[in-house]
Structure formats: structure tokens, C-alpha cells
Design a protein around this ligand. Structure first.
Ligand code: UGA
Length: 436
């Protein structure tokens, strides 16, 4: 099948290589010439496991190419719109500028029977606003949200756990659903749930899934706050409640909270959209979810200040991690970086390391000092704060060896990913989140 993918960022680039890897002929289109050039030369523009491998293979097979010319979308059976929907600069709503620009640019190149599949995360009601112009071009709009997780994005794109397609309730809608079934044929053949629904449900599935995940994380972080004043241990608590299959242990990792390009802006946009719809109170709890989440960043900073006995000025703090989560170089709304920035603001001599995200972090926060080498980062540190749970820190950092590098053996585990007993027995003062 001939496919176009409009927008080659974290979502679109992964979607394009994934669709080429299952045998489709794909053109990825982006307005950013540099991105197109890099992808065309086989250089993945960001770090994502297996992306490089699939990009190289796709280009070599001749099935995958990239262009900055939207006219190249002409003749594709499905046009996947994968552009970003960031938070508005002056509010909580989603900024749909890129979505509107992509649709406006694409419309002249649509042919009768084409399917336009929106994958961007949009406020509920967006698809029904966009549909008439697509229909006027003789094409049909489907909303096909994406659930990929950074760090697992290629796997999630190639083998999703469900496919959701919102279409109009008519013959054109059935045609669109059938064509998307054909586009996702390996998953469909494998029996992956393929849910055909209306636009509003498809849009809401996406934002409600992210809202639920954010709520789960903030729930356990709220328990961490209670644990901190009662002497309870939030990790044991999460293990214990997680054994209840109705609750489940996943996404009950207490720590410095969620960040990234999705959960924070999606819950804010959802709350803002609900308010527009006159149902603000239905998801008012998401404001609380956001507030709990942001408090955890402040808590990690307080623990570092405590470890330094309140005297932060000029103290060397080694910050392990910059990415918003491991296996990603994404630093958008990264809790890890915010902790580093706040410590720097308090006058600490902060040095940040990360296995993948230093370049992106430096672009966003040039005022921080960065060090690629983990041991050099630790050298002479008065306190260490672990903020992204990369294997390099969680599994591979030996407390005895690390203890020989630092000035003071004080570690704040912002992700509750180290074994406190092991670190304490190596002579460290260990503080986690949601623990006494
Ligand atoms: C999230 C969703 O998980 C995906 O399903 C969705 O497709 C994606 O947003 C999106 O909308 O595009 P992602 O942002 O890649 O994916 O990251 P998550 O794995 O959800 O992690 C988000 C944040 O929560 C990270 O900062 C992570 O460190 C934090 N987290 C996660 C916790 O603090 N505790 C946990 O137990 C789990």
C-alpha cells in the first residue's frame, strides 16, 4: 500500500519506519528540511531503540523515503497526520497550529477515496471540525490515535496492543476502517483488538488513557507524601497494593513524577477542553494530579538541600539523568532537568550527566554544566541525585566504587530504583522518595 506520513517527529518518524518495515511504500513528509535531510541520509534525528536499524533497512529496501514537498503525498491510499500538538504558550489548551497547517497543505493533493488518518493527540471535537474539508476533496477522515511509549515506540508501532479507529457512521467510514485494517494487516491477522468507533470516542480514548496513567502515577506519589510524614515505605505499599490484579503494579512507581511531551500537556489540555464543554468539574481532579506531580520535583530538591544541611551555595551536586525517562533522549518537560535547574538556581555547582540526552538538555538549558562521563560527574560531589532510572545508574553503578569518587556519600534516589540496604552498607546516606 502507498502511504504518506505527514510530520516526522517522535511519532511520525517512528510510524513511517514501522509501516515501511511491514512492507508498505511510505513517504515521510516534514516542513523541517534538516529533519528530512537527516532521515533521508539514514540518520535517526532522535534516540529511540531500533529506530536507526529500521530506518536504514527501510531506505535500503527502497520502500521508505522522505521529502519536504507535500505534493509527494499525492497518490497515497492513506495519509497519516502525525504532527505535534504542544501546549499553548499562554495557556493549558492544545495548540493545533500544526494540525491545521498539515490539513491545509494536504487538501489540494487528496484524491477521491483517499483516507486521511489523524494520529495526533487532539481535543475531543477536532476531527468532526476537520472532516467536512476532507470530504469536500472526495476523501474520508479517520481518527486513529497512537499509544506509543517513548523508549518502546518502535515495538509499540509495529505491534500495538490495540488499534482504535474513529470514522463517520456511513459507507465512507466503513471504507476508511477497511483500508486501515489492510494497512495494519500484521496486527489484524494476529488478532490485535481493532476498535471501530466514532470520532469523539477515538479522540477521548487517547486523552483518557493518558489521564488515567497520569492519575495512577500521581496517586502513588500522593501516597508517597503521606508515607513521608508517617514513616511508611511507598515502594512496599505499591508492591502490596499492586498484587491486587484490579490495581496492578505498573505505573505505581513513586518518584519525581511524570514528564515528557505527552502526559503533562495532555492532562492540561483535557481539563481545559472539559471546561470549554461545560464539564470542567468532571476532570477537575486532573488539576490535582498535575499539582501532586509538580510537588514531587520540589520534594527532590528539598531532599538534596537537606542532605547538604541547608548550605547549597557552591556545593557540587552530581545529577544522574536528564531525559524524562530512560531509553529516550527527550527532555521536554523533564522532571530530571527541572530538579537540576532548581538546584542551580539555589546556587549549587550542578553537573548533569545522561547516556543519551546531553545534547538536547544543553540546547534547552545551556546554563547547566554537562559531563558525558558518569565517573567524572561523580568526582568530588557533595551530594548525588538520581533522577532518570537508566540502567547505567540503576543496575551498573557500584556504590563502593562511586563512594571512592565523591566527596560526601550522600545520595537522593529520585526514582526509588536503588537498593537502600546495599547503598547504606557501602557507607552512603541514602534518601528515597516516599520513605522515612
Ligand atoms: C505516554 C503514554 O504512556 C503512551 O501510552 C502514550 O502513547 C504517550 O504518552 C503519548 O501520548 O504519545 P511516554 O510519554 O512515552 O508515553 O512515557 P510514559 O512511559 O507514559 O512515562 C511518562 C512519565 O511518567 C515519565 O516521566 C516516567 O518517568 C513517569 N513514570 C512512569 C513515573 O513517574 N512512574 C511510573 O510508575 C511510570
Amino acid at each position: 500500500m502507498k502511504l504518506s506520513v505527514i510530520g516526522c517527529g517522535y511519532l511520525g518518524a517512528v510510524h513511517a519506519v514501522a509501516m515501511a518495515s511491514i512492507g508498505h511504500e511510505v513517504v515521510g513528509i516534514d516542513v523541517d528540511e534538516r529533519k528530512v535531510q537527516s532521515l533521508s541520509q539514514g540518520i535517526a534525528p532522535f534516540f529511540e531503540p531500533r529506530l536507526q536499524e529500521l530506518l536504514t533497512a527501510g531506505l535500503a529496501s527502497g520502500l521508505l523515503r522522505f521529502s519536504s514537498d507535500i505534493a509527494e503525498a499525492r497518490g497515497s491510499a492513506v495519509h497519516f497526520v502525525c504532527v505535534g500538538t504542544p501546549q499553548q504558550a499562554d495557556g493549558d489548551r492544545a495548540d493545533l497550529t500544526f494540525v491545521h497547517a498539515a490539513f491545509d497543505a494536504l487538501l489540494p493533493y487528496l484524491s477521491s477515496g483517499d483516507v486521511v488518518a489523524g494520529k495526533s493527540t487532539v481535543p475531543v471535537g477536532t476531527a468532526s471540525q476537520l472532516a467536512p474539508q476532507v470530504e469536500q476533496a472526495g476523501a474520508v477522515l479517520a481518527w486513529n490515535p497512537e499509544f506509543l511509549r517513548e523508549g518502546w515506540a518502535v515495538q509499540d508501532a509495529v505491534d500495538p496492543d490495540r488499534l482504535v479507529v474513529g470514522v463517520p457512521d456511513n459507507a465512507a467510514g466503513m471504507h476508511a476502517a477497511a483500508r486501515l485494517r489492510a494497512a495494519y494487516y500484521p496486527s489484524v491477522e494476529k488478532g490485535t483488538p481493532f476498535i471501530v468507533t466514532d470520532y469523539a470516542t477515538a479522540e477521548l480514548v487517547k486523552v483518557s488513557a493518558n489521564a488515567f496513567l497520569a492519575t495512577k502515577i500521581s496517586f502513588i506519589n500522593a501516597m508517597a507524601e503521606i508515607a513521608e510524614v508517617t514513616g511508611a515505605d511507598v515502594t512496599t505499599l505499591a508492591d502490596a497494593i499492586g498484587h491486587d490484579v484490579r490495581i496492578g503494579r505498573r505505573f505505581l512507581g513513586a518518584g519525581i513524577g511524570f514528564g515528557g511531551g505527552c502526559l503533562p500537556k495532555d492532562i492540561r489540555a483535557f481539563a481545559a477542553r472539559a471546561e470549554e464543554l461545560g464539564r470542567g468539574e468532571s476532570v477537575a481532579f486532573l488539576r490535582e494530579v498535575d499539582a501532586i506531580n509538580l510537588r514531587r520535583r520540589a520534594r527532590a530538591v528539598d531532599l538534596v538541600v537537606d542532605a547538604l544541611d541547608g548550605a547549597v551555595l557552591g556545593k557540587r551536586v552530581a545529577v544522574l539523568g536528564a531525559a524524562f525517562k530512560p531509553y529516550s533522549d527527550d527532555v521536554r518537560d523533564s522532571p530530571a532537568l527541572e530538579v537540576a535547574v532548581r538546584l542551580k538556581g539555589l546556587g549549587a555547582d550542578v553537573v548533569v550527566t545522561d547516556p543519551a540526552a546531553i545534547d538536547n538538555a544543553r540546547r534547552m538549558h545551556p546554563q547547566l554544566a554537562y559531563e558525558a562521563d558518569r565517573d567524572a560527574t561523580l568526582a568530588g560531589a557533595d551530594a548525588v541525585v538520581l533522577v532518570t532510572e537508566w540502567d547505567e545508574y540503576r543496575r551498573e553503578l557500584d556504590p563502593v566504587h562511586a563512594g571512592t569518587l565523591v566527596s560526601n556519600r550522600k545520595i537522593i534516589d529520585g526514582r526509588n530504583c536503588l537498593d537502600p540496604a546495599v547503598w547504606r552498607s557501602a557507607g552512603w546516606t541514602y534518601r528515597g522518595m516516599g520513605q522515612a
